[in-house]
Design a protein around this ligand. Structure first.
Ligand SMILES: Nc1ncnc2c1ncn2[C@@H]1O[C@H](COP(=O)(O)OP(=O)(O)OP(=O)(O)O)[C@@H](O)[C@H]1O
Length: 345
């Protein structure tokens, strides 16, 4: 039997579809009490991974377990894990309530649970309307109600925000966070970080079937080095002064200025003052999580938004992911451990 922990563990998971490697040696863990985003571009292998976790696809190698067991060994799986996958079908002539009653009977829970789950997802007023007349957002809610029938400990949702309007997304966010606050586990896939950023507290980012980052979203955000763009009277003199004061990377800009990583505008201003260099312009680029996401998954993109080449500043995508990858290994200005920056004095 399963261990009741609510933990999802994916270990060295791979899936080959003929010549296509959908998932390659993927490892990550999802702990209860949190909402974890499972993020990656289209085709990264998210759906295949979730389908392996739910026992719908057989792995080529590795394991995907819930509560320490593969799905097929969970006993009564609907009581352990509820899922909403893409393109869930409903009988169009069946009411929402009747749809849920059919599923309730199949997993051995009373009809009353159908009413309860309709209430949970805000569909009670539409209980006796045919699912065929539902909007995409209502169908998503009905799919979620179906997943909740067994009062599961774990929820696995594939792109649940698809088809939801902003109000629906806000509602889903509140619902998932309160579900997790009860000590349950939520894993939500998406190809859009912005769509789930406010919902999730942990994130697993994959690209081309491999884990690129696993850890807290706020750690990822805090790890971003800020960038200062400065237009000085003498770029060469300022670049030298910055480097003497411990700035990590200083690059010229096409406008004749400098782009300086991991510093604040104040630090650049202080160094320039001491170096006797006048400043004609100065601004700070704040951390952008979306940019980081593109960088981590850049190899995946063939078209669309132009990815920034190379690993993100201060980050090194690794082939052997570990729980809670932390911020950059080396300190930088503003972080404990950084040496230098006379401008801070
Ligand atoms: N049954 C299958 N047969 C052959 N190839 C498949 C099959 N299922 C998935 N793939 C391929 O595996 C790769 C990963 O697909 P998958 O659907 O898991 O990615 P995804 O991250 O969920 O993408 P999306 O966000 O577009 O759904 C893709 O190249 C896809 O074409």
């Amino acid at each position: 039997m399963h261990d009741g922990s609510g933990r999802i563990a994916v270990q060295n998971l791979s899936k080959q579809f003929g010549p296509v490697t959908a998932v390659q040696n993927l490892s990550f863990a999802v702990e209860p009490g949190s909402v974890t985003g499972f993020l990656g571009p289209n085709g990264a292998g998210k759906t295949t991974t979730l389908r392996m976790l739910l026992g719908l696809v057989t792995p080529s190698a590795g394991t995907a377990t819930i509560n320490g067991q593969q799905h097929k060994h969970l006993g009564n799986p609907a009581r352990v894990v509820g899922s909403v996958l893409e393109n869930e079908g409903f009988h169009p002539k069946r009411t929402a309530y009747n749809h849920l009653r059919v599923y309730a009977a199949a997993i051995g829970v009373p009809d009353q649970r159908a009413e309860e789950t309709l209430g949970l997802v805000g569909l009670a007023p539409a209980a006796h309307r045919n699912a065929g007349d539902f909007s995409l957002g209502m169908r998503q809610r009905l799919a979620l109600a179906t997943a909740l029938l067994g009062d599961p400990q774990v929820l696995v949702l594939d792109e649940p925000a698809n088809g939801l309007d902003p109000e629906g997304i806000a509602w889903l966010r509140t619902f998932l966070r309160s579900f997790a606050a009860q000590g349950r586990t939520v894993l939500v896939s998406s190809h859009l970080l912005a769509e789930v950023e406010q919902t999730i507290d942990q994130v697993v980012i994959i690209s081309r079937g491999q884990t690129m980052y696993q850890g807290r979203v706020d750690h990822l955000r805090n790890s971003q080095q800020s960038r200062v763009v400065v237009l000085p009277s003498d770029a060469s003199a300022l670049a030298t002064a910055l480097q003497e004061n411990g700035a990590g990377e200083v690059h010229p800009t096409p406008e004749g200025g400098l782009s300086v990583l991991g510093v604040t505008a104040k630090q650049v201003g202080d160094v320039a003052l001491r170096a006797g260099v006048a400043i004609y312009g100065l601004h700070e680029d704040t951390a952008d999580l979306e940019k980081m996401f593109f960088q981590l998954t850049s190899g995946q993109y063939a078209g669309g938004p132009a990815p920034v080449q190379g690993p993100p500043q201060g980050w090194a995508p690794q082939q052997q992911p570990q729980q809670g990858w932390g911020p950059p290994q080396q300190g930088y200005p503003g972080q404990p451990g950084h040496q230098g920056w006379g401008g801070n004095a």
